[in-house]
Design a protein around this ligand. Structure first.
Ligand SMILES: Cc1cc2nc3c(=O)[nH]c(=O)nc-3n(C[C@H](O)[C@H](O)[C@H](O)COP(=O)(O)OP(=O)(O)OC[C@H]3O[C@@H](n4cnc5c(N)ncnc54)[C@H](O)[C@@H]3O)c2cc1C
Length: 523
């Protein structure tokens, strides 16, 4: 029986991302999935700018853009007769995180294949595909699971420091944790229809955008995907869901395109649901991704929330494995992510309600909002790209500056060689201290701890790289700061005048979780 640093149940996007984030940090991972192949029909169709940045760290983003990603540019909102109500043109605003404000449209199977390909890059990840996990136990010194080889029926045991259950909506790990489910007031029946358009001329004539068709309890979402794939999600009653068939789907799609060359990939009823379990951890077992949270898809955040869970867990596990934090540090995972996901899910549920409301008053309010959006298209897009999923952490492992818990911007910078690159390409994957000018030098002990013990890197703008178009300088000036201390998941730990004060605060806050800390001084 081989012992691993981390055992991951589920090789969907959340699990496979975490496996790679741990792999590049040098840890051993066993990842299990009952399915040998990735789920072939596209599910998520949008990768937000933060997830793009995480895949930039893994070196996947660039490869994804070759065949399976394009900039997300436009969403249309129309009424039940498909009369135009509002266009959200994301090209009107600039993304702050290195990618378009609404991220990229993607082909999920393509992303998942790249993630799995990268397991082979070194010895870090053992992928047990075709293995069903039947039992997890996080109560002892080591976490333990049992997995059954689907072909041979042989059951094997595996141990690791932690088990991360990224095992999707029906999660075994969530059942093991056994926490109460919190409903967030959205549960509606939808039919998800995926088709292939075989007529290439027709395919190329379809605009690369998403369309939201408002209708009382009968909204329809229509999105152009990749490789001749189109998605139609339509809201139906429970009764209609029971009998909805290919003929009904053809009738619906014929309102949009010529159906003579289409082939169905999937027609499936889904309960779009908003909710989370009260707790995401029991002993050494955690949940991440859909296992932890369920959102209706209207903000395109299901997959993205899981990717953020993985980035959050990866750097915290790293600090624990390096002996810089104890096990209680992992409680900040749930502290940070739970509330963040709650806000994202609530927003997605509100959008779902908005497009299918039956209330005349709400329909009137919606018309007013869209009217304003037609007059002020840029302001509308700015608001939409900020409020759909961009929420800061309000508690957890963060300092007390107003910027603490916000995602750090990612502008372009110029290297010594004069090459224009995104900020993270220069700063790397660890803790980062970015300074607008060098500190005066006093009390440098904490900065030495930051670089030598924590492995953080310090950068001075103008000396280590140049600010390409003044965005970094604007950021520092607008926030009246001289230093910003960024965590490996790109969230700002704190910011302020003095580098030594920031590193001192980080050291003090981390010491509350030090392996030798007493219970009393832990947070
Ligand atoms: C119709 C639809 C549209 C969507 N649109 C969007 C969108 O636009 N944007 C977005 O961000 N998200 C969207 N989503 C959601 C997104 O696809 C999911 O949130 C995402 O796939 C979740 O990833 P995950 O890794 O958490 O779970 P999954 O992808 O579900 O992966 C879980 C894996 O665990 C495996 N597994 C489960 N139990 C076991 C076990 N006991 N042993 C071994 N293996 C196990 C499963 O086989 C599976 O491969 C959509 C979903 C649907 C259905």
């Amino acid at each position: 029986m081989k012992n691993y640093d981390v055992l991951i149940v589920g090789c969907g996007p959340a699990g496979a991302t975490l496996a790679n984030l741990l792999r590049i940090r040098g840890y051993s991972v066993a990842i299990f999935d009952r399915d040998k192949e990735v789920f072939k029909v596209p599910r998520a169709m949008m990768l937000d700018s933060e997830s793009c940045r995480i895949y930039q760290e893994l070196g996947i983003e660039e490869r994804l853009e070759k065949n399976d990603a394009r900039h997300a540019t436009r969403h249309l909102i129309v009424d039940s007769n498909r009369e135009h109500l509002l266009t959200l043109n994301y090209d009107l605003v600039e993304g702050q995180y290195g990618y378009p404000p609404m991220g990229m449209m993607i082909h999920q199977p393509g992303l998942e294949r790249l993630l799995r390909d990268d397991f082979k890059l070194d010895e870090g990840v053992d992928a047990f595909l075709g293995y069903e996990v039947s039992d997890v136990d996080g109560t002892r010194n080591l976490a333990k699971l049992k997995a059954r080889n689907i072909d041979t029926n042989e059951i094997s045991e595996f141990t690791g420091q932690y088990i991360i259950g990224a095992d999707g909506g029906q999660s075994l790990c969530r059942q093991y944790i056994g926490a109460k489910r919190i409903d967030m007031n959205y549960s509606r029946k939808w039919i998800v229809i995926d088709i292939t358009v075989h007529d290439d001329a027709l395919w190329h004539s379809i605009l690369p955008q998403g369309e939201y068709r408002c209708g009382p309890d009968s909204a329809i979402v229509y999105v152009k995907g990749f490789h001749n794939h189109l998605r139609f999600d339509c809201e139906v009653t429970e009764e209609i869901a029971k009998t909805f068939n290919e003929d009904d789907a053809r009738k619906l799609i014929s309102e949009y395109i010529d159906i003579s060359s289409i082939e169905f990939q999937r027609i499936a009823p889904y309960n779009f649901y908003a909710g989370m379990p009260e707790a995401w951890r029991k002993g050494r077992v955690f949940v991440a991704g859909d296992a932890a949270h369920r959102t209706p898809p209207f903000s395109g955040q299901g997959l993205n929330m899981g990717v953020r869970d993985s980035a959050n867990l990866a750097f915290k596990l790293d600090l624990i494995f390096r002996g810089l934090a104890n096990d209680t540090f992992l409680n900040t995972y749930e502290e940070e992510r739970w509330e963040n996901c709650r806000q994202v899910i609530e927003q997605a549920a509100n959008s779902g309600e908005l497009i299918s409301t039956t209330s005349k008053l709400d329909q009137f309010k919606r018309s007013c909002v869209f009217f304003l959006g037609r007059i002020f298209p840029k302001a509308m897009v700015e608001k939409a790209s900020k409020t759909s999923h961009r929420f800061p952490y309000i508690k957890g492992f963060i300092g007390d500056h107003t910027l603490s818990g916000h995602l750090m911007i990612q502008p372009h910078v110029l290297t010594h060689e004069g090459k224009r690159v995104l900020l993270d390409e220069v700063t790397g994957n660890g803790f980062t201290l970015i300074q607008i000018q060098a500190d005066s030098g006093e009390a440098a002990e904490d900065i030495t701890w930051f670089t030598d013990v924590l492995g953080g890197k310090t950068f001075i703008i103008g000396k280590d790289f140049r600010d390409f178009d003044g965005k970094l300088f604007d950021f520092f000036t607008k926030n009246d700061i001289k230093n910003v201390l960024v965590r490996p998941d790109r969230y700002i730990f704190s910011a302020g005048e003095s580098a030594s004060e920031l590193t001192s605060q980080l050291r003090k806050d981390l010491s509350a979780y030090s392996p030798t800390a007493t219970k009393e001084n832990r947070k």
